[in-house]
Design a protein around this ligand. Sequence first.
Ligand SMILES: Nc1ncnc2c1ncn2[C@@H]1O[C@H](COP(=O)(O)OP(=O)(O)O)[C@@H](O)[C@H]1O
Ligand SMILES: [Mg+2]
Length: 246
Amino acid sequence: MAERIIEIVNLNFDHDGISVLEDINLVIERGDFLGIIGPNGSGKTTLLKIMLGLIKPKGGTVELFGVNIHHFKDWFRIGYVAQHAINFDMNFPLSVFEVVSMGRFSKKGLLRKLDKKDLQIIEDALEIVGMKGYKNKMIGELSGGEKQRVFIARALASEPELLILDEPTAGVDIRVQKEFYDFLERLNKERKITLVLVTHDIGTVTSRVGKLVCMNKRLFPGCYADESLIDVPIEGMKLIHHLHGE
Ligand SMILES: Nc1ncnc2c1ncn2[C@@H]1O[C@H](COP(=O)(O)OP(=O)(O)O)[C@@H](O)[C@H]1O
Ligand SMILES: [Mg+2]
């Protein structure tokens, strides 16, 4: 059996007394390319933030790499590209190189100097996302799709074993989206990075991911059966059906 990278058991969460996540059970194994789909407000980002230790779970348990999240310290093993990352303040005077090097510091600690190996890893991350020639450009000069790649390079620079992407293609045009999904497939297959991709873009994601869960506060049956994830394909129609709870 593959190593369990994330294991969530009976997770519940509320914001100010309003229930957001109910009885979530989810296992993510090494090598998975997992899609999580659900409408706006269904709790997708909240679930990711719990996996990332950004908010504390209330009921239930979360284990990361076999360690209870309360004791987990190796955060550099998990890369994260936040929702709306590309909308962040683009007047910030940072070059592409500087943005990607932040990913290195998350692994080494802020006060350490970058050495030769770090510089090589930064170069490689830029190469993987096809942005090597843009190293010295200012982040504010890039298109939405290019910024997206830079933020992924930043996440890759910490050499994550798991990469979590929250609605990464929102605001990126369709043509670029196809390339982007091709790129994610390569990261997963060739670089063996476990991927979690959250989206409300049902159309594209179903044909791309290896496993799929639908959520709307809960994880829905039909996408998710008992304690083991079932593989797609699930036709788009059936999915929409689940999401609307009809
Ligand atoms: N910081 C917060 N305080 C109160 N409610 C929140 C907060 N963040 C999210 N919510 C609520 O939690 C629910 C789930 O939000 P979210 O996880 O962002 O959903 P999604 O990512 O699926 O769109 C929504 O109803 C949202 O309004
Ligand atoms: Mg969200």
